[in-house]
Design a protein. Structure first.
Length: 305
């Protein structure tokens, strides 16, 4: 099996899996959509040739890295189903492949994930800077509690969707500068990782997006008063497929996320999926259950887009 969830996923491990996919599935393509702070490629995988374009992304937050193998395993399952003319859950994989184009960014925050999983050298300036930032927040364990990119910007608070509201919300809890989590950045899209996803979205024109996070077994589907056509119906279908409940994002956690920006910019369905349950980072032993819950959800989203 290519995707081994018992291994801590790092940038190098992710690249290795993607290279194996590319050698095994000639109908898959991959490209870099930008660079992280440390210069790592943010890789997008594309499978399918349909007119409707769908986007799945994972690991905006460093200590939610288990979502990276989750998307990689789903991609592998889909590619295998297409290759051998099998079903993807209850759907014809070849029909999906011909009618939809699926773009997957499995590792939005490669530097942060590497920090969490011990792949940033402790004598490097990047590690020392992150440790210095973390030392200002002794209640957040280091590195396990780190969510941000390596510069201390929370990537899922860096999109231009009422960014000032997010800034004020986080200011109320004392986050006004670089931090292990919850810092919105100096301005929207100041983080190269968020900018890469923004530019990809603008240039591609997705009709539906899923952003994978952990934890809570929740599907967040709404942003403010926006109600894209069929968005609630799709959310309910995703809920039935996974057993996850649908909820509205709490105000204190709202604004400036990728989902928020996508919905407000395009008035199209966008969802944040909080996979699994427990304390981040979730243990790899929970991976199989998370995958079982979410394979049908992702297949359903692809079908309904």
């Amino acid at each position: 099996m290519t995707v081994l969830p018992n291994l801590a996923y790092t940038y190098d491990k992710t690249v290795s899996v993607i290279e194996e996919f590319l050698s095994k599935y000639p109908f898959l393509s991959a490209c870099s959509i930008g660079k992280s702070v440390m210069g790592k490629d943010i890789i997008a995988l594309t499978c399918g040739c349909g007119r409707k374009k769908v986007f799945f992304n994972a690991s905006h937050h460093a200590n939610e890295w288990i979502t990276t193998p989750l998307l990689l395993k789903f991609t592998q399952t889909y590619l295998e189903a297409y290759k051998y003319s099998r079903k993807l859950c209850n759907f014809d994989a070849r029909e999906l492949f011909l009618s939809k184009t699926l773009v997957v960014v499995p590792l939005v925050n490669p530097d942060g994930v590497d920090l969490i999983n011990g792949a940033v050298e402790k004598d490097s300036e990047y590690y020392k800077k992150a440790k210095k930032i973390s030392d200002q927040y002794p209640d957040i364990p280091f590195p396990e509690g780190w969510k941000a990119n390596i510069d201390g910007v929370d990537l899922n608070l860096n999109y231009p969707a009422n960014w000032n509201m997010a800034k004020e919300n986080k200011k109320k809890i004392g986050i006004c500068s670089a931090a292990p989590r919850d810092y919105v950045g100096d301005f929207p899209l100041c983080a190269p990782e968020a900018r890469a996803l923004y530019n990809l979205s603008i240039s591609t024109g997705f009709c539906l997006t899923l952003s994978y996070h952990t934890q809570g077994k929740v599907i967040y589907w709404k942003y403010l008063d926006y109600l894209p056509e069929n968005s609630e119906e799709i959310a309910e279908a995703l809920s039935r497929a996974s057993g996850y409940k649908t909820e509205v994002t709490p105000t204190e956690s709202g604004f400036a996320g990728y989902k928020d920006w996508f919905i407000s910019h395009y008035n199209l369905p966008g969802y944040t999926i909080e996979a699994g349950e427990g304390e981040n980072p979730l243990p790899p032993k929970q991976f199989d259950e998370i995958y079982r819950d979410n394979e049908g959800l992702m297949a359903m989203a692809l079908n309904l887009a």
